[in-house]
Design a protein around this ligand. Structure first.
Ligand code: NAD
Ligand code: DAU
Length: 367
């Protein structure tokens, strides 16, 4: 029986991971440590809280004593670190907190793990420190570049990506210097249930339902490599169970699409949902299909994001070869399920779109 500490477990991927892990490892202890920032939402863990072996702790990964106490008290043997500031646009407006949480916070977490797991008077055991990172650390690719592998050079372009890159280096250093049994996974763009509606897909979805325009940055031809969050969770599970300590694994969706393609596909799926279920027109009277319009007509090209990376693409050969990793949910099927989830869980996204969120979005898209 494993004892997991899932940091950032009330966020998008963390919450999906908790549900995924509980379903597949029902005997394990799962403790979530989350600061509940604007992006953290305890409601995303409602189903997890009903199961035995689960505990939620509100707290910051930067509180060393607190983290150490938790590691000892819960006999934690596995940390999965999702805790981070994760939105690129926010990092452009206010980079400081990204350094505080993503760099300094990760270092405190590493230090707490080192002092508890590697204490001289303690057997070293089979501990695992899994750090969840991103493909953005490798920077932007030209159209003909090969996808990034674990041997590609780091070249982060946003404060967010730079902070994640710094954290990855610290994790590596704690392995090489102290022998902490670390693992790093660098994953491409995720989508799926519980994603905060500031990221492209849920943002466009909730704006369509409200009859608002879809702001697409620049020429809309920036490419992302999309992966359903469930595939990411499966990848993390494989790394945890079979990855070699000290190693890094790239996880990609094998699904490069430019933003216009992705958003047009989403639009088509929303049009279809309204056609299949006329009752949606009553719940969302401002949505384009209710007015005889196509959703894609609401796409608007707007000013570009500064330093906007043109293309990401991830080579998962190492994870495929060593771990048997394979993304399973093809984009159209995964997006259709995501549209369904947001339609079925309106109270969830209405609740997270509170005052502070509206202030941020209004500042972004006013005029
Ligand atoms: P998210 O913003 O939805 O969630 C982040 C969570 O971390 C929130 O619950 C928040 O409350 C919590 N948190 C923030 N600061 C904290 C602190 N100091 N202490 C404890 N908890 C804190 O992010 P996400 O999209 O779920 O991403 C999770 C991780 O995966 C991040 O590290 C991100 O860099 C990485 N990642 C994300 C993607 C993606 O497409 N979303 C892809 C690859 C990697
Ligand atoms: O690649 C992995 C990364 O994916 C993660 O590390 C990040 O945490 C996650 O936020 C995501 O970063 P992106 O910047 O790629 O995601 P975002 O949803 O913000 O944007 C996706 C693409 O859509 C990107 O090219 C910018 C564009 N975009 C985004 C928003 C929010 C728009 O055109 N309009 C928008 O309103």
């Amino acid at each position: 029986m494993a004892h997991l500490l899932v940091t950032g477990g009330a966020g998008f991927i963390g919450a999906n991971f908790v549900h995924f892990w509980q379903a597949r490892h029902p005997g394990d202890r799962v403790v979530v440590l989350d600061a509940l920032t604007y992006a953290g939402n305890r409601a995303s863990l409602a189903a997890a809280e009903r199961l035995p072996g689960f505990r939620f702790v509100q707290g910051d990964i930067g509180e060393r004593q607190r983290v150490e106490n938790l590691l000892r008290e819960e006999a934690i043997d596995t940390i999965v670190n999702f805790a981070a500031e994760s939105h690129v646009d926010r990092s452009i407006h206010g980079p400081e907190v990204f350094v505080e949480v993503n760099v300094a916070g990760t270092q405190v977490l590493l230090e707490a793990a080192r002092s508890v797991w590697l204490a001289a008077d303690r057997p070293r055991g089979e501990h695992r420190f899994h750090h969840v990172s991103t493909d953005e650390v490798y920077g932007s690719l030209a159209p003909d570049d090969p996808p990034v592998s674990e041997r590609s050079a780091y070249a982060p372009n946003s404060p967010y990506a730079a902070s994640k890159a710094a954290a990855d280096h610290l994790v590596r250093a704690y392995n090489r210097t102290y022998g902490l049994r670390t693992l790093v996974s660098n994953c491409s763009n995720n989508y799926g249930p519980y994603q905060f509606p500031e990221k492209l897909i849920p943002l466009c979805l909730v704006r369509l339902l409200a009859g608002e325009p879809l702001p697409i940055y620049g020429d809309g031809l920036n490419i992302r490599d999309w992966m359903h969050v469930e595939d990411h969770c499966r990848g993390i599970e494989l790394v945890l169970e079979h990855g070699r300590p000290g190693e890094t694994y790239n996880l990609g969706g094998d699904c490069e699409r430019n933003n216009l393609e992705t958003v047009r596909l989403l639009c088509r799926l929303v049009d279809q949902a309204f056609e299949d279920d006329p009752a949606l027109g009553i719940r969302f009277p401002a949505a384009p299909p209710v007015h005889g319009q196509q959703c894609r007509d609401r796409i608007e090209l707007v000013d570009d994001r500064p330093g906007h990376d043109r293309r990401y693409a991830v080579d998962s050969t190492k994870a495929r070869r060593e771990l048997g990793f394979e993304p399973r949910l093809e984009l159209e099927r995964g997006l259709a399920a995501t549209v369904r989830w947001y339609l079925d869980n309106e109270p969830w996204w209405r609740a997270v779109m509170d005052g502070s969120y509206r202030t941020w979005i209004d500042r972004q898209y006013s005029g």
